[in-house]
Design a protein around this ligand. Structure first.
Ligand code: FDA
Length: 307
């Protein structure tokens, strides 16, 4: 019940100001967003890769309001590439981007986002790695898939995300699996209306399994984005049935969530990629993490009250 309320709050400027100013917020945020600057994050990249984990790096930010902020987003990712290139980790450290951080929803935003994300994809390719386009709310997805298709003409390894809770996703998965794409499947983290998305957790899980089977049986590279233990064992079973070797799919989880499981899967020989977000514009990302687990909100509320 609380999830939708928190997701609605994630779009409120008033609540953003209140939460951001709360004295304890930073220490709770750190659990999910372990740094503010690119200099903070490089030692974390070195630490996690040293433990056998791969990473996808996200500079937090979304829903920008001026075209200039799109250039700032591009430059933040270019700075990241510049900082990680000396670690020489190639595809072990890739990047995830949200196109609304590149201006996708502004007037003329489709072209603006494509123009500013392309140099990031080029820079990533130059150091032997790639970029995945995150999935945001359903109104942005046609544009996201069009940008994905455009980028794949020059950079076929560019990935994208699909969300099991949307009715459209089974068809998207068939198209992407046939085209041999890298695809991360997640349950979906936004507040979506009943006209476009399953609302019931059980229905979402069933859709996740159907879509994952399509990806595993297809020609692409499935990236299983979930912390759900049941879905993880189903994914292993589907991969086995589809005859996939361990390097022909991967697991992905978020930094700060089920960290023991990251290490367990990596120790079993799986490719395990940790989605690691950093930066100062953390509000939307943080609120989605609170919405996913009511216990997080209780912890947050308790730490505010105990001050
Ligand atoms: P579920 O929510 O059922 O959680 C399973 C278990 O995991 C819980 O019981 C709990 O133990 C643990 N858990 C999950 N979330 C937690 C949290 N916030 N705090 C503490 N414990 C938690 N969404 C989207 O719409 N677009 C996107 O691009 C992405 N990208 C993305 C990348 C990666 C690598 C992951 C793992 C997830 C995303 N997501 C996303 C988020 C996704 O849609 C979904 O909201 C979360 O992964 C939670 O769903 P689970 O599959 O983990 O299952």
């Amino acid at each position: 019940m609380l999830g939708p309320v928190i997701l609605a709050a994630s779009r409120s400027d008033r609540i953003r100001r209140l939460v951001s100013a709360a004295p304890v917020t930073k220490q709770v945020v750190d659990r999910f967003i372990p740094g503010e600057t690119v200099d903070d994050i490089v030692p974390i990249v070195a630490d996690l890769t040293g433990k056998g984990l791969d990473l996808t790096m996200d500079v937090v930010g979304e829903d920008i309001t001026t075209p200039e902020q799109s250039t700032i987003a591009r430059d933040a990712y270019l700075a990241l590439v510049d900082h990680i290139k000396d670690l020489d980790l190639g595809p072990r450290v890739e990047m995830s981007v949200k196109l609304t951080m590149f201006g996708q929803t502004l007037p003329g935003g489709h072209e603006l986002a494509l123009a500013n994300v392309r140099p990031v994809v080029e820079a990533a390719a130059a150091i032997g790695t790639t970029v995945t386009l995150d999935a945001e709310d359903h109104t942005t997805l046609d544009s996201m898939f069009a940008i994905h298709e455009e980028l794949r003409k020059d950079f076929p390894q560019t990935g994208c995300v699909i969300q099991a809770y949307l009715f459209r996703t089974e068809a998207d998965a068939r198209r992407l699996a046939a085209s041999g794409s890298r695809v991360r499947l997640v349950k979906g983290a936004y507040k979506e209306p009943a006209e476009v998305a399953y609302q019931d957790k059980h229905e979402i899980d069933k859709a996740y399994v159907r879509i994952l089977r399509t990806l595993m049986d297809g020609d692409g590279y499935p990236m299983v984005g979930s912390h759900d233990p049941r879905l993880i064992s189903i994914a292993q079973e589907l991969a086995r049935t589809a005859g996939r070797k361990l390097d022909e799919y991967e697991f992905q989880m978020l930094y700060g969530i089920r960290s023991d499981e990251h290490l367990r899967l990596a120790a079993e020989g799986h490719r395990m990629r940790v989605y690691t977000a950093y930066g100062t514009d953390w509000y939307g990302y943080f609120m989605r993490r609170l919405a996913e687990k009511p216990a997080n909100l209780r912890f947050f509320a308790r730490s505010m009250l105990s001050r």
